[in-house]
Design a protein around this ligand. Sequence first.
Ligand SMILES: *Cc1c(COP(=O)(O)O)cnc(C)c1O
Length: 485
Amino acid sequence: MFGSENVHVTPGMQQYIDRNTEYLQRRAQYIRDVVKKWKFDTIAVHGLYSVQEAIEDYQGAIIEPVFMSSSQAYRDSDEMAAALGYLIPTWCYSRIANPSTYYYEWMLALLEGYGFDGETGCCSTSSGMAAISAAVQPFLVHRTHNRHEPRNFVATAQCYGGTFQQFNVRLREERDIECRWVEDPTDLDQWASKIDANTRFLYGELPSNPQQGFFDIRAVADLAHAHNLPLICDTTVATPALLRPICHGADIVVQSATKSLTTSGFGVCGAVIARRDIVSNIDNADMKADFALYIKYLPNRDYGPNLHPLQAILTMNDMRTLRSKMDLLSRNTMQVAEFLSRHPQVESVQYLGLPNHPLHELASRYMWLVDAEYDDLYRKPVNRYGHLMSFCVKGGHEATRKVFDGLQRIWRATDLGRIKSVATIPSISTHQQQGEEGRRLAHVSDNMIRLCVGGEHPDDIIADLDQALNRLRTRVAVGRPAGVA
Ligand SMILES: *Cc1c(COP(=O)(O)O)cnc(C)c1O
């Protein structure tokens, strides 16, 4: 597998292969018989790092060690040849793999695969953008010797600004790979009408950043599969604690683990998580059988978007409490959204949790706090919608900037997913580069503020928003029309 056809196996190499085959079988059994039976919280706390493994291999360290080492040494040439031929599990060189990122990858593979009865794998990346690039590139290869072979893919227009740029500039403008935007992803006919023989994959972000776009994952996955295409989902905003697309038929998930998965905000990282045996019209059996391992061992080895081991462990420490954090942050956001929807200076609020949001019902079919039925606070399934929302300010762009500049507790930053509340104006930050037409496609208006509510007491966040919004009212009192700066 993975390009090892050319490797000549010596008897010495065969001994290493046999020993490692045994190890892999033991690991698969541990996952199947032990880890897969745990609840979500237990997987998030332990992942694949066990007491036994710690004592035997890592001097009993209760936290996964940070392997700040560029490469791995081998006992002899047989072990080295088997390792570099990918005939045994190995980490070789930290651009390819590393023991710290290994535990991070397993934790994410297991969390995204929670409730899914097949196998999932994960490949860590240096950022969310690197994860998107690593996930889509294998489908964009030439299938024929015709270098001008047309290639396209279909994606939701409501997406993160960086994704828009990667698809629209790097792929479409620079490489002639057509991105066909779906403006209303709830309309299945729109998806269907854009698929043809040259389509390589369907891509959807949900809930979308910042507009809270959403779609019926099951229906879009079925449509993709009917055309022999994979569905790739970006569920960064939801995290696996609220939504796991692979359970609903998606083939691949990309995560900007920078965001809610690393609530502390220690740095940037990403991940590609895939089920086994994905659907694709590309003739590459290894790629389809284990997509995550394939990109890790081949394209990412050659492109080098690897994650630093220290960042992997910092993020893992954040993920251990993911479920309870996403519950708290979602509840706080709900209170803030309700407050904003009643505020006279607010034109509209976009939050899937609000019952009057047009996509509330659809989102409520998919967004559940994992294991709420086993939580003694709830004892039944409960919907949670995450901590990203946006709202539009009355009075246009200048009024919006005034409110934004008046925030005192909420941080002004192009960031989200933090334990601290953070706000931005997408039209001048995350969605600035894509221009007016791109923003119209993505439903980003210039009076929109994106707000990601943190773990502060919601009363304090509401008070901060109230005083900032009321700066507009003062203008009304002195006789000028609302919003005219
Ligand atoms: C931030 C973000 C990305 C990009 O991730 P980075 O880690 O910043 O590279 C991709 N998708 C979504 C939804 C995001 O919010």
